[in-house]
Unconditional design. Structure first.
Length: 197
């Protein structure tokens, strides 16, 4: 496949430095009608959002927080927003992604959680109704069997299959270092309007 040619279009206007409210990484674009929004962030103030110009090359407003957690000193990152049946689902990864030796305390390793809202711009809550800006987040996928520290994923619709959650994880059968990191996926079930795998 030919990726074509690429050219630098300059900065989006979203950046961070020490002391910023947010860490400007892990961006994800979502289209809402004719508008586009970029979700981004990691640790620091966790997940932020900003409206983008129609060209997607620049932001067109002020950034605002849409998710935060006290878990692991605010260890939330890798947001991905997915629309289904009237709800915007905000998937995020919590915990320690990449410390494999020694491993972090059990339960603090990477895992995926979700909140949802009828609006793409805020009001996200988990299955228990806890605000996503106040450590809300229902666990979708965590360590199990040989799968360790799954996270930093997204959702794609696959014809004749359904919604698929994809992510990276460490295969405990293959070792405990980065060489044992694999790509995984699971078909999502939507019982009661909440994703599960």
């Amino acid at each position: 496949m030919d990726p074509g040619s690429w050219s630098d279009q300059g900065a989006t206007g979203v950046s961070s430095k020490a002391g910023s409210a947010y860490n400007a990484i892990d961006s994800n674009i979502v289209k809402v009608g004719s508008d586009f929004y970029m979700n981004f962030g990691s640790f620091w103030g966790d997940i932020y959002q900003v409206k983008m110009q129609s060209s997607l090359l620049k932001n067109s407003g002020s950034s605002y927080q849409i998710a935060w957690t006290s878990f692991g000193n605010g260890a939330m990152e890798g947001s991905f927003m997915y629309y289904r049946s009237g709800y915007y689902y905000l998937f995020t990864s919590w915990g320690n992604c990449c410390q494999l030796v020694p491993r972090p305390a059990a339960g603090t390793e990477y895992h995926m959680r979700v909140c949802r809202s009828t609006s793409a711009t805020g009001g996200f809550v988990d299955k228990s109704g806890v605000d996503c800006k106040k450590s809300g987040g229902t666990i979708v996928l965590a360590s199990h069997d040989y799968v360790y520290a799954p996270g930093h994923g997204g959702v794609i619709d696959v014809p004749n299959v359904g919604s698929v959650l994809y992510y990276h994880y460490v295969n405990n059968n293959q070792g405990t270092n980065q060489a044992a990191t694999y790509f995984g996926w699971n078909v999502i079930g939507w019982s009661g309007g909440w994703p599960s795998v």
